[in-house]
Design a protein around this ligand. Structure first.
Ligand code: SF4
Length: 386
């Protein structure tokens, strides 16, 4: 498993879904299992050897809770994550998808997505993906020599060939997928090689998650001092895209561009809004704000369980209110001090907590790499074209 945030996810739902809705709810992240078959060096998940699986009997409670909390929009987006989803069999997902449909009383569209390392994708999985039109995001860090720096099995073996087998099967089955690569100091040396590799893979988009200090991963090669190197990498990568005929989209570049052009607060910033993202573990415990809060600090940020606590009732939960007011303080501080606030909306609570020790804070590495540098580059581009 790799570092991931909602804004790291490639599956931003269709804008129209929530433009016409009063509900703040955008995304349901569900942990199919905490287990991962890989042991990436930068993984933040503390419990990735735990092979327990999501309890399918929770589904009626989840749907009922969403309905009673008035959180259902025209579309329900469910991302299976926080562990490698494909370690479970396709029949597990066949069952959960059918169960969700069984309790889909208002007949809304339910869109499922997986974030996967692709090592276990086989033809059975491809059939499932096609049958239910599941959105796929693949995690791979670049060509073998870059990927193998960090993405390894527990015995130290490379995961590259297996991931590539999965990717080839997706391509053979004409399944579209996006990519996420975790960037480390090492990979910043190779913008051209990264571009060529991702270009050849023929994915729809590539998102960069910069290695984070988060959860049980306490150090990062991308700590302070890497900003110029990252800027150089990012600029070269974007230039490569612009000078080619390919359709590959770069997520952070496009996010910044659309924030600037649309000046809309539609996408701004779900991570600091309660109930915009709800993340549920295998036993039905849930958190809100950043999905990473589900697994860190021994459950400190779990605000309820779907069976007994209505999502809407978190506002009566003292621990939630304490966290929320700290997050709002942090957002307010950002608003007063940061020139990028209008494209950022106050950053990622989980990163503020892990980098600065408190939600009530401002700049993080995450916001520098994810927001500030891409925005600077977009603004420079726009200026050139004026
Ligand atoms: S870019 Fe960083 S400092 Fe600025 S608003 Fe976002 S989180 Fe706050």
């Amino acid at each position: 498993m790799e570092n991931i945030l909602v804004f790291h996810l490639p599956f931003l739902p269709n804008k129209n879904i929530f433009m016409n809705s009063n509900s703040p709810f955008v995304l349901l992240v569900i942990q199919a299992t905490p287990f991962c078959n890989l042991d990436c060096k930068y993984c933040y998940l503390p419990d990735r050897l735990n092979k327990k699986i999501f309890d399918i009997n929770l589904i009626p409670s989840i749907m009922d809770n969403l309905e009673k909390s008035d959180l259902l929009n025209k579309e329900l987006n469910i991302n299976w994550h926080a562990g490698e989803p494909t370690v479970l069999s396709p029949s597990f997902y066949e069952n959960v998808i059918n169960e969700f449909e069984k309790y889909n009383k208002t007949n809304i569209k339910i869109q499922h997505s997986f974030q996967t390392n692709a090592t276990l994708i086989n033809s059975e999985y491809c059939e499932l993906i096609k049958k239910y039109d599941i959105s796929i995001g693949v995690s791979i860090d670049g060509p073998k020599f870059i990927n193998d720096e960090n993405r390894l099995y527990r015995n130290g073996r490379s995961s590259f060939e297996k991931s590539m087998n999965g990717i080839e099967l997706l391509k053979k089955n004409q399944i579209k997928f996006s990519l996420i690569a975790v960037l480390t100091e090492y990979s910043l040396n190779y913008p051209d090689e990264m571009f060529e590799f991702f270009n050849e893979i023929n994915a729809t988009s590539i998102g960069f998650n910069v290695e984070e200090k988060e959860g049980c991963h306490r150090n990062t090669s991308m700590d302070k001092g890497m900003t110029e190197k990252y800027k150089d990498f990012f600029q070269k990568f974007i230039l490569k895209i612009q000078n080619s005929d390919i359709k590959l989209q770069q997520r952070e570049y496009l996010n910044s561009l659309s924030s600037i052009i649309y000046q809309s607060d539609v996408y701004k910033n779900g991570l600091v809004k309660p109930l915009s993202t709800i993340t549920i573990d295998i036993a039905g415990n849930y958190t809100v704000f950043s999905p990473e809060l589900l697994t860190v600090d021994n459950g400190k940020y779990i605000f309820g369980n779907v069976k007994v606590d209505l999502f809407n009732d978190i506002f009566k939960n003292d621990e939630f209110n304490k966290v929320y007011s700290e997050i709002l303080e942090g957002v307010e501080m950002c608003k007063k001090t940061c020139d990028y606030f209008n494209v950022c909306g106050g950053g990622s609570p989980s990163n503020k907590l892990h980098e600065n020790g408190t939600f009530s804070s401002t700049e993080t590495n995450y916001c520098i790499y994810n927001t500030k540098i891409p925005t600077e580059i977009v603004l420079n581009e726009l200026e050139k074209h004026q």
